[in-house]
Design a protein around this ligand. Structure first.
Ligand SMILES: Nc1ncnc2c1ncn2[C@@H]1O[C@H](COP(=O)(O)OP(=O)(O)O)[C@@H](O)[C@H]1O
Ligand SMILES: [Mg+2]
Length: 281
């Protein structure tokens, strides 16, 4: 069992975690994908769920966004239980997947206005224009989305998902398949979002993405969270002991492979029980 401990109940409602997950389990037939996941995300935090392909990141996001039910355990988002209050959860979140929900035939402005209309916003065109400007897409706003670069499309997708000002945004591998420049654009967008107070739970298989963006990082491996902490806390898990690394701290990559025991790095004796960290943030 992962030992990342939930905090004691918060004394004031505003200190309630944005996302709280305890003992979450999910299996597909005989494949146990999530085997007791625990994590807590604070409001306004950028939290990166890091894991290899097939680790169960999307499964967790699908449960948190009420698209799928867990087999056991509990999860709440923005204070609402995902199993018993799915409607309230859906009103508090947005989900941007690896495969953009953008309609290629529509212009950027039309895509945005369409979402605003679907969400029953009173002034869809004004909202579309505001989003175009916020996401640096004004010049492209009247062009069909089919003509956009990968980074522009992903920015448009994120802008669409933000209409209605959700408290929590799930970004499932937001930069997978993007070139380095487009990835930088998306990172800037995500940082901007979090500065505005939105809680961001993003999944990634890119260590650098977690390093660049996240306030805290959790490593999901074989169905459990191996460790949770800030980048500094995670890199402090490994001693900066070898001669080659005397002048630099271990990278997140080294921590990741040491903990997951994959890609040639041997198992360390720093197992979950001794490495789990809850931060004081
Ligand atoms: N609907 C499903 N039915 C059966 N197996 C699934 C389903 N969804 C995911 N899986 C399996 O669960 C595992 C985790 O998948 P996923 O959550 O998509 O991982 P990740 O997003 O980390 O790459 C994989 O082995 C995948 O094949
Ligand atoms: Mg996935």
């Amino acid at each position: 069992m992962n030992a990342v401990l939930d905090r004691p109940p918060a004394p004031v409602p505003t200190a309630e975690p944005a996302i709280a997950v305890a003992g979450l389990q999910k299996a597909f037939a005989k494949t146990e994908v999530l085997r007791g996941v625990d994590l807590t995300v604070q409001p306004g935090e950028i939290f990166a769920l890091l894991g290899a392909n097939g680790a169960g990141k999307t499964t967790l996001i699908r449960i948190l966004s009420t698209l799928m039910r867990a087999d056991a355990g509990s999860a709440s988002v923005a204070g609402h239980d995902v199993a018993s209050q799915p409607g309230a959860v859906r009103e508090s979140i947005s989900l941007t997947g690896q495969f953009a929900a953008v309609d290629e035939k529509l212009t950027g402005r039309e895509n945005l206005a369409l979402v605003a209309r679907l969400r029953h916003r009173p002034t869809p065109n004004a909202i579309a224009d505001e989003m175009l400007s916020r996401f640096d897409l004004v010049d492209a706003g009247s062009r069909a989305a089919a003509t956009y670069s990968g980074g522009m499309r992903r920015r448009l997708d994120i802008a669409m998902s933000l209409i209605g000002s959700p408290a929590v945004i799930f970004l499932d591998e937001p930069t997978t398949g993007l070139d380095p420049e487009a990835r930088q654009e998306v990172w800037a967008t995500v940082k901007h979002l979090a500065r505005g107070g939105t809680t961001v739970l993003l999944t990634t298989q890119y260590l650098e993405e977690a390093e660049q963006l996240a306030d805290r990082i959790a490593i999901l491996h074989r169905g459990r969270i191996l460790v949770t902490g800030t980048l500094a806390e995670l890199t402090a898990l490994l001693p900066a002991a070898t001669v080659e690394y005397v002048e630099k701290r271990p990278s997140l990559e080294e921590v990741f492979f040491a903990l997951t025991g994959e890609e040639g790095a041997g198992e360390t004796d720093a197992g979950p029980a001794s490495t789990d960290k809850e931060t004081g943030r």
